[in-house]
Design a protein. Sequence first.
Length: 127
Amino acid sequence: KWTIHRGIWRKSDSPNRTGPSADENQSQGEGGGQCSNCGIHCTIMQHTPRGYLCNSCYQHWRRTGMQRPTSGPAGGKRGAPPGARHKRKPPRGMYINHDDLAAMASGQAGLQMLKAMERELDSLQRQ
């Protein structure tokens, strides 16, 4: 029976003459498996206290000391979610003035202004 090993046709009973054995490959981080963090199948794995990690997860763990997040906010090319890249504008007909924003941001004055606006809306709805 003939098999292909590293691109060379060989008889199945012939010894492997090129490279280290599979046991030596495993100790060097090669040999394949599933990443214990993200779960993808890789040919090169790194052994860590967290288990066997793929190269991406290993580099992140080595740099930050934390597991690489595998889910989270979907980021676009610049890190912002695709729908949040553009500056948000208020609805048509609504005008925001800087003084009102500053007043609303400053504690009790903001609450009083909101109550006054609610009273004004109630009176307009009753008409």
